[in-house]
Design a protein. Structure first.
Length: 346
């Protein structure tokens, strides 16, 4: 006999005993009314115990960037609260489009209740077609990265143009138009990633009325090794750059590279998003400023959105974009995934 059926029989047996006790002491009428109420409580309680867990897939571009660890931790913690089992898949990078499509297909075959996808590309026809096909049987939700698929049931993420704009406006305030000219190299993710185009557009817009000029723009996958190669190239080509504006792994690589050159002049570092290393850099002064979109909160919001599925698609939602600087007093309050956390990957 199934455990849930046994549990229900135990509840009903206890209620029957309670009704007989009430009847002996308070009379049949009271016993009936109280007994019915107790039976309702018992049935509702057994139903709650028997409620099956939902199963979601989370498709992540990669965990080579600590940023996605905080997204994953938020997903995992909220899934526990919402009685959801979560399957993590890692594509392996922004060029792993075929791998992510294969993972999406695996989730469909598993019969999961929803898929949350941090897309490796925002608009490639192959991925969009795969999402459209999958959406015919299960709800698909965008996660963090921009994704131009009309069949999404929802998306959690910020506008990455805002992520660039807050950095541009910050530098514009430090170096307004007419002040001594400043140069900056910009190191970002690969062109196919949905966030890189809006990020650069926002940055340039924010720098419009400033004395800061972007002298070089470099893009590659956001793993540390690929971003370090871009940092080395950028600083070889522009050794006198005043600023290095870059992804969290790019700034992380720059911190290590500059530390290996004691006494050498290096650019000031500004990050276009924050992870654990950027937070530490802000706190110790090695990073000047960073955009912050609260990746852990985005993970929690994504699970809540997927567990509140409606018949009609919902528009994108996400936390507000903030600018963190190394002079902020509340940097220790910025939450990231715990040290040593790494999700179990399929």
């Amino acid at each position: 006999m199934a455990k849930t059926a046994i549990a229900e029989r135990i509840w009903i047996s206890r209620v029957s005993n309670l009704v007989r006790f009430i009847a002996r002491h308070y009379g049949a009428t009271s016993a009936c009314s109280i007994g019915v109420a107790a039976l309702c409580v018992a049935v509702l309680s057994s139903a709650a115990v028997a409620e099956p867990k939902r199963l979601f897939c989370a498709l992540i571009p990669h965990f080579k960037d600590e940023y996605w660890l905080s997204v994953g931790y938020g997903l995992e913690q909220e899934a526990k609260r919402e009685n959801v089992d979560l399957l993590f898949f890692e594509a392996g990078g922004y060029r792993a489009r075929a791998q992510q499509i294969e993972q999406l297909d695996l989730c469909v075959k598993r019969g999961v209740d929803a898929v949350l996808i941090g897309a490796v590309t925002s608009d490639h026809p192959d991925l969009i077609t795969a999402i459209d096909d999958a959406a015919g049987s299960i709800p698909i939700f965008g996660l963090v990265n921009e994704l131009h698929a009309g069949t999404l049931r929802g998306r959690i993420g910020v506008d990455w143009q805002d992520m660039g704009a807050v950095v541009g406006r910050y530098l514009s305030e430090l170096h307004p138009d007419g002040s001594p000219p400043q140069t900056a190299v910009f190191i970002t993710g690969p062109p196919m990633a949905g966030w890189t185009g809006p990020l650069e557009a926002g940055l340039r817009d924010g720098l419009t009325d400033s004395a800061v000029t972007l002298t070089g723009v470099y893009g590659a996958d956001t793993g540390l090794r690929a971003q370090l190669a871009l940092v080395e190239t950028a600083l070889e080509e522009y050794p006198n750059a005043d600023y290095l504006i870059g992804s969290a792994p790019a700034v992380e690589a720059a911190i290590g590279l500059l530390a290996s050159r004691p006494g050498a002049e290096g650019p000031l570092l500004v990050a276009t998003y924050a992870n654990h290393t950027i937070k530490r850099g802000l706190m110790n002064g090695s990073v000047l400023a960073a955009s912050f979109d609260d990746p852990m909160r985005q993970g929690r919001m994504a699970i809540r959105q997927a567990t509140s599925i409606t018949s009609a698609p919902v528009g994108p939602a996400g936390p507000g974009v903030l600018l963190l600087t190394n002079g902020d007093d509340n940097l220790s309050d910025i939450r990231m995934s715990p040290a040593g956390y790494f999700p179990s990957i399929q």
